[in-house]
Design a protein around this ligand. Structure first.
Ligand code: FAD
Length: 482
């Protein structure tokens, strides 16, 4: 436990009296998992981890922290990749125990869930009721809905269904003073003033604590086909994507991109991974078509589009997942990429977006710039190509010292973000800003937008107790000062 001020000790006593000792963790071993970021980039400290069971207890914790002037860091599954959930003093507010599905309304095609539900359990609940909840991330077995909302999570199905913002109709939020905003409406139309829902989605715990949400459901796909396709360059991949969008329309559910280096490290490190095509190729696309109609001839359609693309030189080779097991194996090649990159030494990451029309150009220009800057650096540009969202990651040169490589993080960030900015892109496509990109944001975000963001933060959280120091810095409340 961190050294407690008198205010901290009194707060813990008050919270323990109301919530019970098992809901207020202070012992070093018990709070340790809440202090560390997924990739080990940050390690924080906290007075306590508080685990309320319902909205009323969340409101109580927030109002007591506000009264004591002690900061709160909301946490879901702690799988975030930008250091947003790391505490630097104060209290970690874990939403994990708010894990109920409150309602499924089939006629309205909505599911109302609490913030602590694990994403996969929401997918499963929707599936059991005969629907699809489409948000899909490699971390879906441990990330939680509140975290997905707070980061406006994206993932592999955004191309067809949109990101978390587009999947959400209503929210319930505990505000910085402990009041509860009940915005749990399942409305598709509601023009009664400012859109408060969209304000809290993507706010990374800095404007309010999300306790529940109404989410959209969709018809379950009854037919699905997956293909793994080799292309000679990102430009060929872009032209193929355009063909698929034109030929398959709404049925195009995913278009994920990975380079040769990415596939090779998956094959090297992932037990059971099998090379899907003969020989090596410059780059690959994982394509999925799906339809709620059982008799939709997706395979026929995909074969026709790919056949024509092959004749026109856009596709070098392709394989279709002939069974569910084969499709899953192809998906696993793509989904293992983040995890195996760690086994290749240090990596410097960028989660960026550019207009889809410029995604190939971005990969080419940024790759050349990084390779020219550091010969031997291994570019692993992969991801949600069809959304214009590339995880432009750099693996260290083989014989370079890992720490020496990681010391170049900021410099590479500037280089890549300058290219993104020049293409009218975004320095954070889906992971958020958190701590890791906070200072970078001030270089690239429109100054008027930044000013509006600070105004909103100061209005909704005037005492700066909600996840201070994350997303935008207010006053001298940098994380280091807690
Ligand atoms: P946490 O990490 O606990 O928190 C994230 C942020 O949200 C923090 O700032 C926290 O303070 C805030 N927060 C959490 N809960 C609440 C709440 N109830 N109210 C207010 N604020 C809250 N992300 C993608 O978008 N797309 C991907 O494809 C993707 N793939 C990933 C793959 C792997 C292997 C890993 C490890 C991560 C991946 N991520 C991806 C990142 C991460 O999983 C997402 O950001 C996820 O949405 C975070 O959810 P969480 O519950 O873990 O949130």
């Amino acid at each position: 436990m961190a050294t407690q001020s008198a205010a901290g000790a009194a707060l813990i006593e008050t919270l323990t009296a109301r919530l019970g000792a098992t809901s207020v963790l202070t012992e070093a071993g018990a709070i340790e998992p809440y202090l560390v970021e997924t990739r080990g980039l940050y390690r924080g400290s906290a007075l306590a981890v508080v685990r309320p069971r319902d909205r009323e207890e969340v409101a109580f914790v927030v109002s007591e922290c506000a009264r004591a002037g002690i900061p709160i860091v909301p946490q879901g599954g702690n799988t975030g990749l930008v250091g947003g959930g790391v505490p630097f003093g104060g209290v970690v507010l874990s939403l994990a125990r708010l894990d109920r599905v409150r309602e499924i309304d089939g006629s309205n095609a909505t599911i109302t869930v609490e913030a602590g539900c694990i994403l996969r359990s929401v997918q499963d609940a929707a599936d059991a009721a005969g629907y699809l909840f489409p948000l899909s991330l490699a971390s879906e077995g441990s990330c939680r809905i509140g975290g997905n909302l707070a980061t406006n999570a994206g993932g592999t199905a955004v191309l067809r269904y949109g990101n978390m913002r587009e999947l959400t109709l209503g929210l319930e939020v505990v505000l910085a003073d402990g009041r509860v905003w009940n915005g749990l409406k399942g409305l598709r139309k509601d023009n009664t003033g400012y859109d408060l829902r969209d304000l809290f989605i993507g706010s990374e715990g800095t404007l309010g604590v999300i306790t529940a949400a109404v989410l959209k459901l969709f018809p379950k796909p009854q037919a699905r086909v997956t293909a793994f396709v080799a292309t000679a360059s990102p430009h060929q991949a872009l032209r193929l994507f355009e063909r698929l969008r034109e030929g398959a329309g709404d049925q195009l559910t995913a278009f994920e991109y990975m380079p040769d280096f990415g596939l090779e490290i998956v094959l090297k490190h992932k037990p059971g991974a099998v090379r899907p095509l003969t020989g090596r190729h410059a780059s690959y696309a994982l394509i999925e078509l799906s339809s709620p109609q059982k008799d939709a001839d997706l395979q026929g359609r995909l074969e026709t589009i790919l056949g024509a693309a092959m004749e026109d030189g856009l596709v070098d080779d392709a394989v279709l997942g002939a069974s569910e097991a084969q499709s899953l194996a192809l998906w696993s090649l793509r989904e293992s990429l983040s995890e195996v990159q760690r086994l290749e030494g240090g990596s410097i990451k960028h989660d960026v977006a550019v207009p889809v029309s410029r995604v190939a150009e971005f990969i080419e220009v940024a790759t050349k710039a990084c390779e020219a800057d550091m010969p031997g650096v291994r570019v692993c540009a992969f991801g949600h190509f069809g959304d214009g969202n590339i995880h432009f990651n750099l693996s260290q040169p083989v014989h370079m010292d890992k720490q020496a490589f990681l010391a170049e993080w900021g410099r590479f960030n500037h280089m890549v973000h300058d290219i993104v900015h020049a293409m009218n892109g975004s320095i954070s496509a889906e992971h958020g800003i958190g701590l890791i990109k906070r200072d970078e944001l001030s270089l690239y975000k429109d100054p008027v937008a930044l000013d509006l963001m600070r105004t909103l933060k100061q209005t909704l959280d005037p005492h700066n107790i909600l996840n201070p120091g994350k997303v935008v810095a207010i006053g001298d409340h940098s994380p280091a000062s807690f």
